[in-house]
Structure formats: structure tokens, C-alpha cells
Design a protein around this ligand. Structure first.
Ligand SMILES: [Zn+2]
Ligand SMILES: [Zn+2]
Length: 168
């Protein structure tokens, strides 16, 4: 997979949104939260992930590039809210009442659990696998490890081993 370059202006827009949301939270709780580490290392079909102990947000560069403004508006507060909830309440249900409250009351955002981005752009960078219950989009790294016989992956839901399936 070729490395994906995120234009500086887009990176700045992401950072600006993060800081603005952090400022809202700081105002609400009357404290200064440290700025989370922001990376563009998220692979696969997830828009982003929040790494609680690391205080880090990983953004999917492919989905960011394809969706830009809507991506920033939805994904940045969503993932930041996970970090803030962890800091304020500890480990609780990922999209439970604390998270919904953080989104709507503190960050003034729509507390939607999932994003509806077109995954076609991601899928050109991934390989379709099937288990028996659903489709899995694997990164080229995992795909190659399977091809070389270095790894097998199981579906966490049905427990079956994933196999390459172009029609999945
Ligand atoms: Zn989430
Ligand atoms: Zn399965």
C-alpha cells in the first residue's frame, strides 16, 4: 500500500477541530486537558479509534481524504469524547450514557455511534475475507501474512477462520 499523504491544510483543519472541542471540554470542566496525540495510522474500515491510556486518536487517512469536512465534524468529537469519558469516569461502556452525555452536553455534537462514510474508498485498499457470518476487510499487511502462511485470523463473532473471498 502506498503511504497516504494528508495535505497540510487538512491536517490543520483536523487539529483545529480537536482544539476547539478540547476548549469546550476545558470550559465545561474548568480545567486544561492535555492535547491528545493525533496520528493517521488507522487502517481498515474504522473511521478512527481512541487509545485511552495512550491519550491518542488514530484517524483513518483514506476515509478522511474522501470525506474531509463531514469526517472531521463527526469523527474528531466522537473519538475525543471517548478519551474525555475515560478521564472523567474511567472504563465504562464505549457508547453508554456517559459518552452520549459528553457528546451532547459538553461537545455539543450529535451522539451518533457509527459513521456512514462510503467504504468503497477504503475497500480499494483492503482485501475482502469471509468467515461464514460476515465480510471482513483486511489490510494488505494481514493479507500478505496469510498468503505467506504466517498468520490466521478468526472472526470474533463466529470463531471461524477467515478465508479470502473476492465476492464477499
Ligand atoms: Zn466510538
Ligand atoms: Zn463470522
Amino acid at each position: 500500500m502506498k503511504p497516504i499523504r494528508i495535505p497540510i491544510a487538512l491536517q490543520q483543519a483536523v487539529m483545529q477541530c480537536l482544539r476547539e472541542n478540547l476548549r469546550l471540554a476545558g470550559q465545561y470542566f474548568n480545567c486544561d486537558f492535555p492535547e491528545p496525540t493525533l496520528t493517521y495510522r488507522q487502517r481498515g474500515t474504522s473511521a478512527g479509534t481512541a487509545w485511552l491510556e495512550k491519550w491518542e486518536i488514530r484517524i483513518n487517512p483514506v476515509l478522511l481524504l474522501a470525506n474531509q469536512a463531514s469526517f472531521i465534524e463527526e469523527v474528531v468529537p466522537h473519538e475525543l469524547a471517548h478519551l474525555l469519558v475515560f478521564r472523567q469516569f474511567g472504563r465504562v461502556a464505549p457508547h453508554g450514557k456517559e459518552w452520549r452525555w459528553m457528546m451532547s452536553e459538553v461537545l455539543k455534537s450529535d451522539p451518533r455511534r457509527t459513521h456512514e462514510f462510503d467504504l468503497a474508498t477504503v475497500r480499494t485498499h483492503t482485501y475482502p475475507y469471509a468467515c461464514g457470518c460476515r465480510r471482513h476487510d483486511l489490510t494488505i499487511r494481514r493479507h500478505n501474512r496469510i498468503r505467506r502462511g504466517e498468520a490466521q485470523y478468526r472472526c470474533r463473532q463466529c470463531g471461524n477462520i477467515l478465508h479470502y473471498d473476492e465476492n464477499a
